[in-house]
Design a protein around this ligand. Sequence first.
Ligand SMILES: [Fe+2]
Ligand SMILES: [Fe+2]
Ligand SMILES: [Fe+2]
Length: 410
Amino acid sequence: MFGIMTAEQVVRRIWSFSKALDLALIDEEVSKGFKIEVGYRHGERVGYISLRLGHILGLRGNNLFLLLIAGLMHDIGAVGGFAEYHGNSRLMEVHSELGAGIMSDFPGGEVLAEAIRFHHKTPADAVEIPIVAKIISLADKLDIIMGRKMTTYKDRARILNHIKSLTGKDFFPEVTDALVQLAGEEAFWLYVNEGELLEPTLTFLFEGKADQNCLEFQGICDLMFGELFTNKLAETFAFLIDQKSTFTGRHSRSVAENAYAMAVELGWDSTQCKDIKIAGLLHDLGKLAVPQKILDKPGSLNEEEIQTIRTHTYYTYNLLSSAGFPKNIIEWASYHHERLDGRGYPFRTPRESLTTGSRLMTIADIFTALTEDRPYRNGLSKEKAMEIIRNGVHITVDGELVEIAKKALL
Ligand SMILES: [Fe+2]
Ligand SMILES: [Fe+2]
Ligand SMILES: [Fe+2]
């Protein structure tokens, strides 16, 4: 299922996961009573600005590609505390180091890790910093300075003067020079303001604007991405989702293992088994968009909070769709709260549209949740959990698959 990906598919996939990160950043802002402004589309904008600056500074091929990925993912170490992590210099250091550690296992990890490790460094720190980090450092600050309103002609001049005046202290001279050049292009400001940056990025990379033909990027993708990349993304985001809530230490990873065990019991081939594992790892991806204070609320939730929690599978569906995953994985992951009686969420998918994989994932999710400890209760025994699931046969879950679950999981 995940053989070689085209370079464009790699960009689309990583872009979608960057959106998931941005949703997590917005959550932080909202839950602290800030306006949505700061986090909104931060990764996307930093990725695009970095790409454009990197190109002016002569980066091509592999290095340009990795710069874009590092820009999109630069705050991956700040999930669960964006505002805190950017609140003082020690925590800036901490999330940069965490992010570098996370990305170092990816294909191209050395470049990614360096770029992210130093993304808050300035000339004043007087350490040797790779050019990719210097670029992201400026793109990151520029995004915040621009804010989320349209930049007028006057704003642009003011922003440039501000950056020039702090060059040598907060900004690196060669990157400021590149920005001065880029700033002459009206479309640059308009694109960043307007919102849709994925298509301009793809056009820039693959339609010759980066003076690079697509085949060269494809060579990089063949070498570095594909199955390994997708597996790594799925494992990484499962970890991020699980660590976001203090309740759910390993939930995503356990759901993936349980779904995999059921698929093996069903006699599925190895490709399908791998796919269900990916779907399990990512089934709660949309929880990155749910405020932590709701995920972590110890008591019962009010109606509004329930509605908010329920949005998570909608986001899972959207993010996996825009990431270009095949239909089976998208459905298996995002239908896990759908029910056989058609009263599930978020789609109220009817029974006949719930495939075996979707039904299997529902059982794996419920079983895992019931057997996990929560602050307000201990995990149930496997037998007790299975008994509860059996009570939902024909209403929520599929009876034949419950028998499979008993064999695979008890
Ligand atoms: Fe940061
Ligand atoms: Fe940032
Ligand atoms: Fe869920």
